[in-house]
Design a binder for this molecule. Structure first.
Ligand SMILES: Cc1cc2nc3c(=O)[nH]c(=O)nc-3n(C[C@H](O)[C@H](O)[C@H](O)COP(=O)(O)OP(=O)(O)OC[C@H]3O[C@@H](n4cnc5c(N)ncnc54)[C@H](O)[C@@H]3O)c2cc1C
Ligand code: FES
Ligand code: FES
Length: 498
C-alpha cells in the first residue's frame, strides 16, 4: 500500500486502484476533509460540534421538524444546484464533492432579505425553528425565477419545517412580502469557478473509509459496486438514507458496512422509451416528481403529500421500493402500473415484476449480491384512468394509515380492466386480485362498486397500530371504491356513467 499525503489529500493504491480515504466537501465556500469517524457523523453534528456552526439546530433528529435544514449544492453538468436537506439524517460520507451552505452562509456581511423579513414580520418567538425556516424560504427564492410568489408556493416550500410557537401566518407573511429581485442569490455569494477549482468537476476516485467499527465504500462505477457487493454481501446499500439514518438516529441500529450508490452515474438516468419510463436507482424523489407528473394523472398531487422537500431532495424512489414498508407511498402506484425492477449482480442482469417482489414483511425476492439498478414503469394508455389515495392523520409530512391505487380501463360503460392495490392493510403492499376479477367485464355503476366493497371484508386482514385501528382501515378500504366512483361522476366520465 502506498500513502500519499500531498496537498492535504490522503490516497492509497489498493490492488492498483486509486482509493481515497476521506470525504472532501465545501462548507460555506471553505474546503473541509472529513477523515475516519468524522465522516460517519450526521452533517448536523459535524457542523455544530466540529465547526461550531451552531445556527443549524437539532430537535427531532429524524427528518420531521426541519430545524436542521441546510442547503446541499450538487454538481450537475459542471454547475452547482442547491436544494434543502435535513442535515440530521444526512451523513458526512454522503457529501463528497458537494457544497453545503448553512444559515450562516446564506448572507454576506449583513442579513439577507429573508432574514430581515422574518424579523419585520415577527416570524419568530423562541427562534429555535427559525434558522431552518429561513434556509427553506431562502432556498425557494434562490432557485425560483418568479418575481413574486403565492401563498401556496410559500406553504409548499415550508412543508418540512415545524414551528411550535409563532404560528405560521407571520412566517408565511414574511415570505409573501419578499421581492425575489432583491434577494442575493448563492451564485452572487459563492464563485462557481472557485468551487469547481476546489472540488473538481466530478468524483474520479473510489472512496473507502475504515474506522475500528465502520466501513464506507463509495465506488465510482456500477461494475465496481457490484464487485464490492459480491465480495461483501453483508454490506448495506445506502442511497438517500432517509429511512436508514432515521433508524441509526432513533433505534438501536447501526450501519457497520455501507455501500453508497447515489453517486453512481449509471443509476442517475431518467428515460422515456417504448411506452415506459425508466428511473435509475440514484434518482431522487424530487427528480422523479418533476419528470413523471406529465405522464400520470394524480401522481403530481399525490407526491405533493409525500414527505417534505428536504426528504424528497435526497431520498430515492428505489429506496422507497427496497425499504419495502407496507405503507411505502409509491408502492400501490408501482404495483398497479405493473412496474418492473432491473436487478444486477456480478452474475448478470435480471428483471422482476414488482408484483412478485414482496415475499412477506420486509422480505424481498432479491439476492444478497444484487443491486436494484432501475425501475421501468409503463406509461398510462390514453383511455386508462389512474387514481391514487393517501390517508394520514395530518395532510402533509405524515406517514400513511392507508393508501390505495386504482387503474381502470372502461369502454361504453363496461369495465375492460380494473387493477387495484392497497397499502397499510397487511405485511406488504398488496394487489386485490379478487376485486379485479370480479369487476372486469361488469357495467361501471354504483351498485357494482358497492358489491365489490362488501367483498373486501373477506379479503384483507388489517392490523391495529398507532396510525389506525383495524376496523378503521377496513372501512377506508371499502370506502375507497365509493370515493373512486363519485370522483368519476364529477369528472368527464359523467356521460359514461349516466
Ligand atoms: C420525515 C420523513 C418523512 C417521510 N415521509 C414518507 C412518506 O410520506 N411516504 C413514504 O412512503 N415514505 C416516507 N419516508 C420514508 C423515506 O423517505 C422513503 O422511503 C425514501 O424513498 C427512502 O429512500 P432513500 O433513498 O432515502 O433510502 P435509504 O434510506 O438509503 O434506503 C432504504 C432501503 O433501501 C435499500 N436500497 C436503497 N437503494 C437500493 C438499491 N439501489 N438496491 C437495493 N436496495 C437499495 C437500502 O439498503 C435500505 O434497505 C419519510 C421519511 C422521513 C424521514
Ligand atoms: S432535527 Fe428535526 S429534521 Fe433534523
Ligand atoms: S419560533 Fe419557537 S418553534 Fe418556531
Amino acid at each position: 500500500m502506498y500513502i500519499n499525503t500531498t496537498s492535504f489529500k490522503t490516497v492509497y493504491y489498493l490492488n492498483n486502484n486509486y482509493m481515497k480515504n476521506h470525504i472532501e466537501l465545501c462548507i460555506n465556500g471553505e474546503t473541509h476533509h472529513a477523515y475516519g469517524e468524522d465522516a460517519f457523523l450526521p452533517l448536523s453534528d459535524y457542523l455544530r460540534t466540529k465547526l461550531h456552526l451552531v445556527g443549524t439546530k437539532e430537535v427531532c433528529i429524524e427528518g420531521d421538524c426541519g430545524a436542521c435544514t441546510t442547503l446541499l449544492g450538487r454538481l450537475k453538468n459542471e454547475k452547482f444546484y442547491y436544494e434543502t436537506i435535513d442535515s440530521c439524517i444526512s451523513y458526512v460520507y454522503q457529501l463528497n464533492n458537494c457544497h453545503v451552505v448553512t444559515v450562516e452562509g446564506i448572507k454576506n456581511s449583513k442579513l439577507n432579505s429573508v432574514q430581515e423579513s422574518m424579523i419585520t414580520s415577527h416570524g419568530a418567538q423562541c427562534g429555535y425553528c427559525t434558522p431552518g425556516i429561513v434556509v427553506s424560504l431562502y432556498s425557494f427564492f434562490n432557485s425560483c425565477s418568479k418575481k413574486t410568489c403565492t401563498k401556496s408556493d410559500i406553504q409548499d416550500a415550508l412543508t418540512g419545517n415545524l414551528c411550535r410557537c409563532t404560528g405560521y401566518e407571520t412566517i408565511v407573511e414574511a415570505g409573501l412580502t419578499l421581492d425575489n429581485n432583491s434577494i442575493e442569490k448563492l451564485s452572487d455569494i459563492y464563485s462557481e469557478d472557485k468551487l469547481l477549482a476546489i472540488l473538481g468537476k466530478e468524483t474520479k476516485e473510489n472512496i473507502e473509509i475504515n474506522t475500528n467499527d465502520y466501513v464506507f465504500y463509495q465506488p465510482v462505477t456500477l461494475k465496481e459496486a457490484l464487485k464490492l457487493k459480491n465480495e461483501n454481501p453483508d454490506t448495506k446499500i445506502l442511497a438517500g438514507g432517509t429511512d436508514l439514518h432515521v433508524m441509526c438516529n432513533k433505534r438501536d441500529f447501526s450501519l457497520k458496512k455501507i455501500l453508497y450508490v447515489s453517486n453512481l452515474k449509471e443509476l442517475k438516468s431518467i428515460e422515456v422509451k417504448d411506452n415506459h419510463i425508466t428511473i435509475g436507482a440514484a434518482v431522487t424523489l424530487s427528480e422523479f416528481e418533476q419528470s413523471v407528473s406529465e405522464y400520470y394523472t394524480d401522481l403530481k398531487e399525490f407526491l405533493n403529500l409525500f414527505a417534505s422537500p428536504q426528504i424528497k431532495n435526497i431520498g430515492t424512489l428505489v429506496g422507497n421500493i427496497a425499504n419495502a414498508s407496507p405503507i411505502g407511498d409509491t408502492l400501490p402506484f408501482l404495483l398497479v402500473m405493473d412496474s418492473e425492477l432491473e436487478l444486477e449482480s456480478v452474475n448478470g442482469k435480471r428483471k422482476v415484476n414488482m408484483n412478485n417482489f414482496y415475499k412477506g414483511y420486509k422480505s424481498l425476492a432479491m439476492e444478497s449480491n444484487e443491486i436494484i439498478t432501475h425501475v421501468n414503469i409503463p406509461l398510462l394508455k390514453k383511455d386508462e384512468i389512474l387514481k391514487l389515495y393517501k390517508v394520514s392523520k395530518r395532510k402533509h409530512l405524515d406517514i400513511s394509515s392507508f393508501s390505495a391505487a386504482i387503474r381502470m380501463k372502461e369502454k361504453n360503460g363496461i369495465i375492460e380492466s380494473f387493477i387495484i392495490a392497497f397499502g397499510g392493510v397487511g405485511p406488504t403492499v398488496q394487489r386485490i386480485y379478487e376485486i379485479e376479477s370480479y369487476l372486469t367485464g361488469k357495467r361501471l355503476c354504483e351498485d357494482i362498486l358497492n358489491e365489490a366493497a362488501q367483498m373486501i371484508e373477506n379479503i384483507i386482514k388489517p392490523i391495529s397500530d398507532v396510525r389506525g385501528h383495524k376496523e378503521y382501515r377496513l372501512q377506508l378500504a371499502k370506502n375507497i371504491l365509493k370515493k373512486f366512483y363519485f370522483e368519476l361522476l364529477e369528472s368527464d366520465k359523467k356521460k359514461v356513467l349516466a
